[in-house]
Design a protein around this ligand. Sequence first.
Ligand code: DAK
Length: 259
Amino acid sequence: MSYQNILVNPQVRPYVALIQLNRPKELNALNLELMGELRDALKALDADEQVRVIVMTGNERAFAAGADIKQMAGRNAIDMLKIDQFTTWDQIKKTKKPVIAAVSGFALGGGCELVMTCDMVIASETAQFGQPEIKIGVMPGAGGTQRLPRAVGKVNAMEMALTGRFISAEKAYALGLVNKVVPVELYLEEAFKLASEIAQLSPIAVRLAKESVLKSFETGLSEGLEFERKNFYMLFATEDQKEGMAAFIEKRAPDFKNR
Ligand code: DAK
């Protein structure tokens, strides 16, 4: 597939794919075209047997500075309703393989929300996160008011959503929004390292573990535990479980086959 607004490398490392948002002049502002391509690329990589983990990144200056304000500015409520971007965002959120965001520079508005749809986040020291929509007369519309408080707590989410202030990578780490902060020259490599570590594991176990963790955001504890148990039992039907446990007992490295 050829894309105009993103770059895709399906094998940047063994079993690791890279998607790079690529509208650098606009700080990777998320226009409809880019979001559609991102949805299509994630769907294709999710179906590709040679891909086990996906890294999503921007460039050093910006992961993404938000939805494209110039594209949105003239729209009315009915236009927004008809465009129905939520279908695209919902599809992105349904990616079954782990997605790691490698963030440098601005991750604002829809950019910050996109980061929060990812499963893990590696940030460069220069990364800045924010929900500045309030400054342009709107509010977060792609999950910011729901995912941000779950990630950083109510008072921090309120401060970000109600003032539009940005937070630094260091603060984002302290609040639990990102996994690790590294110097800018290392953020992508660090994301590949994390991705490669996960790519060596049983993909089916990784998939069910991801699904189970995500379930905890949607359910109460009892229902979540029930869901976890079913997935846990299911893994005993896989060859990878037999291989993983045999390898442990035989003191060798496992060779997982995704079966
Ligand atoms: N949209 C369009 N263009 C943008 C942009 C954006 N969000 N952010 C930056 N740019 C463009 C600038 O217009 C400029 O273009 P030229 O003027 O050179 O043509 C270029 O990128 C460089 O930006 P600056 O010159 O402003 O660079 P600075 O370093 O001075 O400032 C900045 C960087 C990131 C602080 C500043 O650009 C800025 O404040 N940008 C806007 C940030 C923002 O407000 N983001 C939130 C946008 S609203 C939804 C899904 C998502 C959303 C809504 C609904 N549904 C599913 C329904 C999301 C909404 C948003 O994100």
